[in-house]
Design a protein around this ligand. Structure first.
Ligand SMILES: Nc1ncnc2c1ncn2[C@@H]1O[C@H](COP(=O)(O)OP(=O)(O)O)[C@@H](O)[C@H]1O
Ligand SMILES: [Mg+2]
Length: 152
């Protein structure tokens, strides 16, 4: 069995955005990036940096109310989900996120709302430390991400 170890890094906002840009460069169809952490820790900030790294130029609204925002003109196409408002994992089924992963990649805030249904090959990132200029980014990179994370 592969041991997946946790590591972490202290980042200011520019540093976190730089990580997002680098993630954009290695993102492939079928990838899931789970963005975990309390309100205001920077999950949407990181998602925006990834989208901008993929040369998205318009707005990136927080998907808190729509649950998912789609950016299908990007390469790879991106679905940005925020599952904060889900009450049960079953409510995610109509979102058909697995279908999206055939051709697209998924950035998902509040992934724990999916319970145990979270994709085992997801890159798991957690942000801590809202209310200060720096954030602690903790990660768990499964084998599918080992050659791509941490991004250089
Ligand atoms: N080091 C940092 N990393 C990320 N965001 C930061 C950092 N320092 C300050 N911030 C601010 O914290 C807020 C994070 O908000 P947001 O990304 O919407 O959080 P979340 O999606 O986790 O609720 C933004 O206003 C951002 O400017
Ligand atoms: Mg958010």
């Amino acid at each position: 069995m592969t041991t997946v170890t946790e590591q972490s890094l202290e980042l200011d906002e520019a540093g976190l955005r730089a990580i997002g840009a680098r993630l954009a460069a290695v993102l492939q169809p079928g990838d899931v990036i789970a963005l975990s952490g309390d309100l205001g820790t920077g999950k949407t900030t990181l998602a925006r940096a990834i989208l901008e790294g993929l040369r998205h130029t318009g707005e990136v609204p927080s998907p808190t109310f729509t649950l998912v925002q789609y950016y299908d003109a990007l390469d790879p196409p991106i679905a940005h989900a925020d599952l904060y408002r889900l009450d049960t994992p079953a409510e995610a089924e109509p979102l058909a996120l697995d279908d999206w992963l055939v051709e697209g990649a998924l950035l998902v805030e509040w992934p724990e709302r999916l319970g145990r249904n979270l994709w085992p090959e997801a890159l798991w990132l957690r942000l801590d430390g809202a209310g200060t200029p720096s954030r602690r980014l903790t990660w768990r990179a499964p084998p599918a991400w080992e050659s791509r994370w941490p991004p250089r």
